[in-house]
Design a binder for this molecule. Structure first.
Ligand SMILES: Nc1nc2c(c(=O)[nH]1)N[C@H]1C(S)=C(S)[C@@H](COP(=O)(O)OP(=O)(O)OC[C@H]3O[C@@H](n4cnc5c(=O)[nH]c(N)nc54)[C@H](O)[C@@H]3O)O[C@H]1N2
Ligand SMILES: Nc1nc2c(c(=O)[nH]1)N[C@H]1C(S)=C(S)[C@@H](COP(=O)(O)OP(=O)(O)OC[C@H]3O[C@@H](n4cnc5c(=O)[nH]c(N)nc54)[C@H](O)[C@@H]3O)O[C@H]1N2
Ligand code: SF4
Ligand SMILES: [Mo]
Length: 888
């Protein structure tokens, strides 16, 4: 019981990022959920970010998949499971085990992952199971394996508290790992320094001590330059290298192939020599350095090389396995790490064992599965290519939305469309379920029960808060049932997820003389031990004791126990740009949305910070082609086109574009980034280069535009070529749209929308092409539609707020078609603090009145005082207000 109340508290883990925060949930009644940060969880000590804090708004049942569906009709489990088993078995019988595939996700639990991998690799006998972590962690995994002998993350979050210097490589932690960033903010207050390597001036970079806004994809050049400089200064740790590291001489020799002077490095990276020198000096002088690396490093055709160049600098200085010192690849998804452990990747087998004959024999023996795969399967992008060309006849997608998130997404959709049999397990309808022959309803967060592993190898429990709705089932159970129906029942007959976990733990400990991934201390968990399991970091030794830091003894998991430095050479893909596509398109995340928005998209508050798809670009690049601030803009690449709102900013390097990855058909079909992304891969890791595609921009040049506010949901009207965006509000949906057609196009839209109930109020002005309509039913506002072919449109917020009223205020009715109340309009500006709904104008006013720190702004306005995710933005706004040169 919490707070003396009668409502029980369930301690669980957040389903979003790899920080892996503990969440305390209380269910009042039905599905009404209140969440707080779990003060006893070591990852977050009670903090949550905006996404975690909004979990309560995302657990409703509307839109949920609650029954298996076969070709669009509801079916029972027996029929659905039987069909999936039969289709997979038939494909295997006719075309062999490699004609089927699973594409899974870092958002299923370890138990789910273990069962999926055991079925595909152990019993179907194919390596064709890969995970969306291919798009995320694959390059870091390869770098770890090459350098340490296995996919081992050396450090822990405590290192981020203890470090004197944190280097962020391609990591916008302020937005993507906000709770960890707040921990580092606290360390900064104690003197920790931050260096950010990112072509964009992100919120992480804005508040850093040094921002290296490198030319895209020049990281290897920079880190090699750093290592050469450390050698020149005598700042490498010769004793550590002699005792624990191979390959130093080869790396040193490779460095000598290029001019490593700070001036040459700075020129190639497109930054000031003084900044390069400052970074090198700071790194050399700071033994307690943590180098975080994330998607700006991994999602590259040089992703492995980037990781290795970072690790090389740490091995050469002995900054690993020590408090406050390590290279730290941070994970994205809540269970990216769990997937890497259990074998979710096509090129590993299970439990950090690969396809070497003795490893394979050991896993096959453990599973009692003589047909266990003896070679790696297809990696994600190649898997979808094999679906496209017909080699794969049946695919099962679980907990991921590849029709949105894979590169070259139009080709992925084509592949799914051609595939003879597509199964999708999800909790809701998605752009991918649209291609499914069979949809299987999975339990969602708050209903599932099992374990996840976060970035610091910490295993936490996700626990159920609600009973299973409808016919939804846990993923592991669905897979085990299909395995049973395929005739593999004996190996899949677990009575509970606790018994799956025990088997998984036993596998890690099985004939284990040298594998660090070992859960020996968790082999004998009873069901109640499992229910009560406290967060613990692997390796877990016999007494159940965890291990925060690896390699403290300088022993690595290679055959001679020495780490390996690997020579890496930079490649410059950006300067070789096609003149038709002179810009470099970079993509990534926004603060308050999670990936394809199937869950965060349900929380209206999370829409306020970035309501529409946008493209950030430098004012010079915009001016060159006539793109204007706030204007609809076409972004074109050799693969496809999108339309987004232009945001002109000097936070973007000239030549660079940035688009968020999040929009889908459900929210903005033309705002999707991934039809634009070429599927260029790191040759070893197979990870796509989401951060660089040659591109160009052009104004969209709409002839008319408008917006609709409606209680009723609307799909984008078929047959009309509109730029269409849906933006959920508290009591209605806002739709923004624009077109390039004539009056007839507007009439067609008007017809497609149909008529709601109620009385129609309307106004038209042929001169400006303005058309304004409102429907009021029993004094409740049902719909508002505004269109214009030239004139301005009023702000939407006042109108959206009117939908929250049960009864339309009398004066509001009179002014509805003006789109604003009588008297002055208070526009709070773009929303900065999503929790307390504080807009930019309010914050600017507080800064103008003298607030000089995020705390001071918080004291006046309240902004940043709940989850704190907007604190970096407050700091940036203060900086900009102070330095007018910054502002654009
Ligand atoms: N709010 C939010 N948080 C999330 C997620 C989410 O969807 N929303 N997703 C989670 C997941 S799965 C992941 S993987 C993580 C990702 O977390 P991050 O890696 O922090 O996120 P991104 O925005 O993809 O990319 C990080 C940065 O890489 C920079 N970059 C681009 N090119 C280069 C380059 O050549 N060199 C360098 N050094 N940097 C470059 C980009 O400008 C961007 O700022 O976030 C996790 N957290
Ligand atoms: N342009 C661009 N594209 C990118 C990236 C980028 O930086 N730029 N980043 C890439 C990266 S790092 C990642 S991780 C991917 C993420 O891309 P996706 O994995 O495609 O994105 P999500 O929206 O997280 O998809 C998760 C799906 O699982 C469902 N789901 C949630 N919980 C469960 C569950 O318990 N069981 C089941 N069966 N389903 C569940 C959700 O409803 C959702 O549909 O995107 C990649 N794509
Ligand atoms: S930082 Fe936010 S999204 Fe990540 S685990 Fe914590 S609460 Fe969830
Ligand atoms: Mo990710």
């Amino acid at each position: 019981m919490a707070d003396g109340s009668l409502i029980p508290t369930v301690r669980t883990a957040c389903p979003y990022c790899g920080v892996g925060c503990g969440v305390s949930g209380q269910v009042a009644e039905g599905r009404a959920l209140a969440v707080r940060g779990d003060t006893a969880h070591p990852a977050n000590n009670g903090l949550l970010c905006s996404k975690g804090a909004a979990l309560g708004a995302t657990v409703g049942l509307e839109g949920r998949l609650l029954s298996p569906m076969i070709n669009g009709r509801e079916a029972g489990w027996t029929e659905a499971v039987g069909l999936v088993a039969r289709k997979f078995s038939q494909a295997i019988a006719r075309h062999g085990p490699d004609s089927v595939a699973f594409y899974v996700s870092g958002q299923i639990l370890t138990e789910d992952y273990y069962v999926a991998n055991k079925l595909m690799k152990g019993f179907i006998g194919s390596g064709n199971i890969d995970t969306n972590s291919r798009l995320c962690m694959a390059s870091a995994v390869v770098a770890h394996k090459k350098a340490f002998g296995a996919d081992l993350v050396p450090g822990c979050y405590e290192d981020l508290d203890l470090a004197d210097l944190v280097v962020f490589s391609g990591h916008n932690a302020a937005w993507t790992h906000p709770v960890l960033f707040r921990r580092m903010e606290a360390a900064r207050a104690r003197g920790q320094r931050h260096v950010v390597i990112d072509p964009r001036r992100t919120d992480t970079a804005e508040v850093a001590d040094l921002h290296l806004a490198i030319k895209p994809q020049t990281d290897v050049r920079l880190w090699n330059g750093l290592l050469a400089d450390l050698i020149r200064r005598g700042a490498v740790d010769r004793g550590y290298i002699a005792a624990h590291v191979n390959g130093f001489a080869q790396v040193e020799a490779a460095l000598c192939e290029a001019d490593q002077s700070p001036t040459a490095v700075a020129a190639d990276c497109g930054i000031a020599t003084a900044d390069v020198e400052a970074f090198f000096a700071l790194f050399a002088a700071t033994p307690r350095t943590v180098s975080l690396f994330s998607m700006g490093a991994n999602q590259s055709t040089q992703g492995v090389a980037k990781g290795l160049s970072i690790i090389n600098a740490h091995l050469a200085t002995g900054r690993i396995g020590k408090p406050g010192a390590c290279p730290f690849s941070i994970t994205g998804q809540p269970n990216a790490m769990g997937g890497r452990e259990t074998g979710g990747m096509a090129n590993t087998l299970a439990g950090h064992m690969d396809f070497a004959p003795e490893d394979r024999a050991r896993v096959a023996r453990f599973w009692g599965a003589p047909d266990t795969a003896d070679k790696p399967g297809l990696k994600a992008v190649d898997m979808f290519e094999a679906i496209h060309d017909g080699r794969i006849k049946a695919v099962w997608v679980m907990a991921t939305n590849p029709a949105v998130s894979l590169p070259d997404a139009s080709r992925v959709r084509e592949a799914l469309d051609r595939c003879p049999f597509v199964v999708v397990s999800d909790c809701v309808e998605t752009d991918t379920t649209a291609f499914a022959d069979v949809k299987l309803p999975a339990l969602a967060w708050g209903e599932k029960d099992g374990t996840v592993t976060n970035s610091e190898r910490r295993i936490s429990r996700q626990r159920a808060l609600f009973p299973a709705p409808g016919l939804a089932r846990p993923d592991w159970r669905i897979i085990a049932d299909v395995a049973g129906a395929m005739g593999f029942g004996d190996g899949f007959a677990w009575p509970s997820q606790a018994s799956v976990f025990r088997e998984w733990a036993r596998l890690t400990a099985f004939e284990n003389s040298d594998r660090l991934l070992n859960l020996a201390g968790l082999l004998d968990l009873t069901r109640s031990d499992y229910a009560a399991l406290e967060p613990v970091q692997w390796p877990v030794t016999e007494g159940g004791v965890g291990t925060p830091r690896l390699f403290a003894d300088g022993r690595f998991q290679t055959s001679d126990h020495r780490a390996v430095m690997v020579p890496v050479r930079p490649v410059d893909p950006v300067s070789a740009c096609d003149p038709a596509y002179p810009l470099s398109l970079n993509t990534g995340r926004i603060r308050d949305q999670w990936h394809t928005m199937t869950r965060t998209g349900l929380a209206p508050d999370l829409w306020r910070h970035a309501p529409e798809p946008y493209v950030d670009l430098h004012p010079e690049d915009a001016a060159a082609v006539g793109v204007v601030e706030g204007g609809l803009t076409r972004i074109q690449t050799a693969r496809g086109e999108a339309v987004a709102i232009a945001r002109l900013t000097d936070r973007q390097r000239p030549g660079g574009l940035f688009m968020p990855m999040h929009w889908t058909d459900a929210f903005a079909p033309s705002g999707r980034s991934n039809p634009l992304i070429a599927a260029n891969l790191d040759p070893v890791s197979g990870q796509p280069e989401y951060k660089h595609t040659p591109a160009r921009v052009r104004p969209y040049r709409e002839t008319w535009k408008g917006f609709l506010l409606s209680r009723q949901g609307h799909a984008p009207p078929k047959g009309l070529d509109l730029v269409w965006r849906r933006i959920p509000q508290t009591a209605c949906d806002l739709y923004e749209f624009a077109g390039r057609g004539d009056e007839a196009e507007r009439d067609a839209l008007r017809r497609a929308l149909g008529e709601p109930a109620g009385e129609l109020l309307s106004y038209g002005d042929p001169a400006t092409g303005a058309r304004r309509e409102a429907w009021v039913d029993r004094n409740r506002l049902e719909r508002v539609l505004f269109m214009t072919s030239g004139g301005p449109l009023p702000p939407r917020s006042w109108l959206a707020d009117l939908f929250e009223a049960a009864d339309l205020p009398v004066d509001a009715r009179a002014t509805l078609l003006f789109g604003r109340p009588l008297g002055p309009v208070v526009d709070a500006g773009p929303m900065v603090c999503a929790c307390l709904k504080i807009g930019a104008r309010t914050i600017d006013a507080a800064i103008a009145a003298g607030a000089a720190t995020p705390d001071a702004v918080g004291a006046i306005t309240g902004a940043g005082t709940n989850c704190g995710s907007c604190r970096p933005e407050l700091a940036r706004m203060i900086t900009i207000a102070r330095e007018p040169a910054h502002a654009v």
